[in-house]
Design a protein around this ligand. Structure first.
Ligand code: 6PG
Length: 245
């Protein structure tokens, strides 16, 4: 599906609209199917939205008792490590989300990339059964300066993975932190009902123009250009990031 791009004046309005969109989509989904499976992104872009979702008015909209939370990627570190995506979520509002532990499914970064990826694949397979893809309702993603999303860096083998759902990723040499990762694969993400990218700041403008601009085509050097969501495909940008579109 073609990406639908929405541009907001600045990062604060982007975060507020993202929280509004996440809360209302999860509520509608829970109402219609009795559950809402949300995949969170790492990085800094979604943190302000996580904080907003922990408080009114968004906390009152979120269907907490029907919500299960997963991660799109994780560094191969324990949850109390300063570079843990799960740890970042906890310290940016996540510890105030009223969810019981059984509804929160962090990637087991403490087990290392290989074992952690295998266990998370098993967790997802047990939840979604033998279907071809996990049935995530909403997947949040951020965009790296090199066009990566989750931990799918340029040219990694997992970009071409068409059946596995979770992959171990070697430590990237050019992207901080230089840590091995666990990442969902494009196959796991493309099956979601909705994919929502959040990207703000002038530093993303060049990469966004190559991914979303006219004539853009799939390029393994630019991982986000390889994504083909089957469901709704949304980009929330601020004006600085959208400058070249
Ligand atoms: C990670 C993230 C990564 C992030 C992008 C954008 O583990 O680092 O999942 O994919 O979303 O690098 O990062 P920012 O949001 O900090 O720009």
């Amino acid at each position: 599906m073609k990406p639908r791009i929405t541009v907001f004046p600045h990062a604060e309005s982007l975060a507020r609209n993202a929280a509004d969109s996440i809360a209302n989509f999860c509520r509608q989904t829970a109402r219609s199917q009795g559950r809402a499976d949300l995949v969170l992104s790492g990085g800094s872009s979604p943190l302000a939205a996580y904080e907003l979702l922990a408080a009114e008015p968004y906390a009152g909209i979120m269907p907490w008792s029907y919500l299960n939370v997963f991660w799109g990627d994780e560094r191969a570190v324990p949850p109390d490590h300063p570079q843990s995506n799960f740890g970042a979520w906890l310290s940016h509002g996540g510890n105030k989300w009223p969810l019981p532990p059984k509804q929160v499914h962090p990637m087991p970064g403490h087990m290392g990339a290989e074992q952690g990826a295998a266990l998370y694949e098993d967790i997802l397979r047990r939840r979604y059964g033998p279907s071809a893809q996990p049935r995530f309702d909403l997947v949040l993603l951020g965009l790296g300066p090199d066009g990566h999303f989750a931990s799918l860096f340029p040219h990694v083998r997992a970009l071409q993975e068409d059946s596995g759902w979770v992959a171990p990723i070697d430590a990237p040499s050019r992207i901080e932190p230089h840590l091995p990762r666990i990442s969902l694969t494009p196959a796991a993400i493309n099956g979601a009902k909705r994919v929502l990218f959040l990207a703000a700041g002038a530093g993303k403008a060049e990469t966004l123009a190559r991914i979303l601009g006219p004539g853009a085509k799939p390029d393994p050097a630019l991982p986000a250009s390889m994504l083909r969501p089957k469901g709704e495909y949304l980009w929330y940008l601020d004006e600085a990031a959208a400058r070249l579109l």
